[in-house]
Ligand binder design. Sequence first.
Ligand code: B3K
Ligand code: ZN
Length: 876
Amino acid sequence: PKAIYLKDYQAPDYWIDQTNLTFDLYEDHTMVTSVLSIYRNLDNKSGKQGEDNLPELVLVGDDLELISVEIDDKPFSDFKVEGGFLKILSLKESFTLKTVCRINPQENTSLEGLYKSNGMFCTQCEAEGFRKITYYLDRPDVMSRFTTRITADKTAYPVLLSNGNDIERGELDDGRHYVTWEDPFKKPSYLFALVAGDLQHVEDHFTTMSGREVTLRIFTEAHNIDQCDHAMISLKKSMKWDEEVYGREYDLDIFMIVAVDHFNMGAMENKGLNIFNSACVLASPETATDARFQRVEAIVAHEYFHNWSGNRVTCRDWFQLSLKEGFTVFRDSEFSADMNSRGVKRIEDVNVLRTAQFAEDAGPMAHPIRPESFIEISNFYTVTIYEKGAEVVRMIHGILGAEAFRKGSDLYFERHDGQAVTCEDFVKAMEDASGRDLTQFRRWYSQAGTPVLNITDEYNEDKKQYKLTIEQSCPATPGQKEKEPFHIPVRLGLLDAEGDELVLNESGATDQVLDVKQEKEVFAFDNIEERPLPSILRSFSAPVRVKYDYSREDLLFLMEHDSDHFNRWDAGQRLANSVIDEMVAAFEQGRELSVDRSLIEAFGTVINDESLDLAVKAEMLSLPSEASLAEQAVEVYPQFIHQARQQVKKAIAEAHKDSLEALWQSLNVHKPYRPEAEDIAERTLKNTCLSYLTSIEDKAMLALAEQQYHGASNMTDRFAALVSVINAGNHDRELIDEVLADFLELYHQDTNVMDQWLSVQAASPSLGTLEHILTLMQHEVFDETSPNKLRSVLGGFAGNMKQFHRTDGLGYEFLTDQLLDLDKKNPQIASRLMTPLTRWRKFEPGCRERMRKALERIKATPGLSSDVYEVVTKSL
Ligand code: B3K
Ligand code: ZN
């Protein structure tokens, strides 16, 4: 496998004006007939003129059996098929190319291209899956109008779907039928979709801002039809929000979503026909937790928003992926903030960024949000492209202000409608509309790594002046040793000894954004009567690490007084982090260390603070996850991190048992389930209390969990109780088995609920032993062809600090065996499951060496996919 480079980008030699496809679907094969109107890209003329010098047409295809080729309706044989390319010479400036290919969707285990899931046909073409369907210019800058005719057996596949509007349908011989779809909008091949199956649908309507009526349909297998309501409500909210906030109107007469069980990612924004992992669309109070309800809402919105940010305006090449993904994640995140609790959403987003993205930025796969090269594009659907990309757009929003940002997005959509463009075009539109200079800001697109702000301060009593010195640096990342300084917006507040906000400037503001641009900058504040405490990077105004020497007293003070909810929460996280870190260091030296009382008391204050918003309270009571503790550690000691965190949790629970129990009681009321922010906050807080209480080895507390489990009227409460019983550990193994069996009995028919049943076991420090993982993989609810099942069991296990990192290295060996086996069937999933191993350099020497060995074994395996090859070679 070879790398390709952004600097080598060249426009294609030919364009495709019209793409007419016919799919004849059969049980043992599919025939794909493609008729393409091709014409030469005259901008690409290399100087030589005349018909003789026409460039070769090179179409790409993967695993296709080419049956016939015609040009302008005549059989044609002057072509070569070489290494996945169909090459045609001696052409004209424009012509019609017809190819017929035979493919085998029923044997396609990669879940890219056309494949089968539970007996239905479906597609996934982004990024480069269309080449598994037919020979094509499978690159996003080639935009074409598509019509799609599908023929299939009418009984087995009564529903035949593709992009656009259906323009014709009818009966054929032998019990077959056909439907023809026409998509009036030009699109790249990665947005093509086809679905055929025995599906039911729910239907609704939306009237757009200009008064057009759009039909909305969500398709599922019959047994899931009662789980579509929430997605439909979410879709309508998204359509409305995009009109109100961005002025974007939907453009076809119909919008369809299809739920499929076998899907590599969350969902896909195919024009007018979004295809979803069923776990990201189905939800009912009985089967889905609050987290799932919110994920469904967010992903439905995300895919819908792509209709403008991605489809109408698309990417020129895959190096520009963040153009659509970063922007669309920013859009869906703001949507979720508007629909639910803005504060909670920000904390959730930052948690993901800090644990997963910071870790990626610090590891061997680090890349800028606009990468310069890649071997396999599938490896670049990353938290960096998506979440850091969204943070970069968020910073532009912050620097320009909401109004100018909206002018910028209007200009971007207007200027580039129907085009395939670059990140540069986006930034340029923002600059042109606002008059702001984003020259230095552009470095966020080209430089990888997480910038670090080293901040010191001094107070001059005589001058009544407070000075803040900010030094920025950015660690080296692969291929980028030296970095230029970034433009970093740092939102700041200053607190006086009473915890009140100080006025920072003439305009009377208590909150100011410092535009940090140099390597070292000093900001001075006058008329400051006493030494203040800084609240730095409020609402996480930039994706950076802040190093400021807060004492534990400072953090306690911020936890209590900061008016910025995010920083108030963050102070608690910092405090917990420093306490746990100190314990880990002690364990490592063979010492025991008891939990710092100040942390225990601070959490007590939060538990008992009746003025706190419930959602904020729940967030503030959540200890940093093991993964985030690992990310922040200099060297990772997985066993000690697990042990220290457990000890802290238990100490807090024991100290505040009565208050926690009272709080749990007060919230344990039955009311009809609503997935609304206030109700979610109540349930989250209640279940946080339960989780603390069951960390005490006390039968009475386990009884509360058992009571909640059996009495629950929704999945959120039932599942939380199940998790609490399991995480209480082995002191009541009988109860664990009983509850797991009951849960299995109740929900074994719902594959998405079974994913959770599997993952909670795989991720459990006490249950998720290697032996148990093997049992789960033999269980009848497991399915080795389902990415969701693999993620639940193998992903759950790889996140299990205690069991995965066992000291004999068998956890790593097991994952290695699994992913090598999987690589032959589904390289994308195999490559993703390797992520935990790629972090090997950060671990303590024993783990490090064992993880390295596992990677060496992968690397030495012949016949690796380009996906796994790229990750393993870059990691070692
Ligand atoms: N664009 C798709 C992701 C496609 C994954 C390709 N391997 C989902 C999304 O971001 O909306
Ligand atoms: Zn997306």
